[in-house]
Ligand binder design. Structure first.
Ligand code: ZN
Length: 156
């Protein structure tokens, strides 16, 4: 019988499966289905893991966006189209960022610290339509200013 091996009353101390320390049950979040009534890991370990996971996600996003800024360019464009109730079909894989700005002829690259004159930007050709196939181009932020394009997107 279960009662022979599993004592019914809550234990005085619960051992954390992660750090291995035996702690007061109040140091654990509740888990009614466990025999101890506690989660297997203590609050401190769960909090530490959450902080760790958050740092991992931030680092992933930082690297991901740095490696392929087109992901951000496309999602920004789609968000703008959604906000303006325009059709939108732009995807990161469709975006080609030329080495040189087609307007100014100057080199383009993404800046780590935020928008810069040489940052590639998406700009719509027909302003009445959204970021749909054939209706956008990539030019430098500098060219955007020259074209006095008020709705252009600066890539951060
Ligand atoms: Zn622990």
């Amino acid at each position: 019988m279960h009662s022979m091996t599993q004592p019914a009353p809550l234990p005085l101390l619960v051992r954390c499966a992660r750090c291995g320390e035996s702690k007061d049950p109040s140091e654990f979040y509740a888990h009614p289905k466990n025999p101890t009534g506690c989660q297997s890991r203590c609050k401190a370990c769960i909090k530490a893991r959450n902080v760790e996971r958050r740092a991992e996600i931030i680092e992933y996003n930082r690297q991901h966006r740095w490696e392929d800024q087109r992901v951000r360019m496309a999602s920004d464009a789609r968000r703008r189209d959604r906000a303006a109730h325009r059709a939108s079909d732009i995807e990161a894989k469709d975006i080609f960022i030329p080495e040189f700005c087609p307007v100014t002829g100057e080199p383009m690259w993404h800046s780590v610290d935020g928008p810069a004159p040489w940052s590639p930007c998406l700009v719509r050709i027909d302003k009445t339509c959204g970021y749909v196939r054939g209706n956008w181009k990539v030019i430098s932020s500098n060219a955007l200013v020259l074209e006095s394009e008020p709705t252009g997107m600066l890539v951060r």
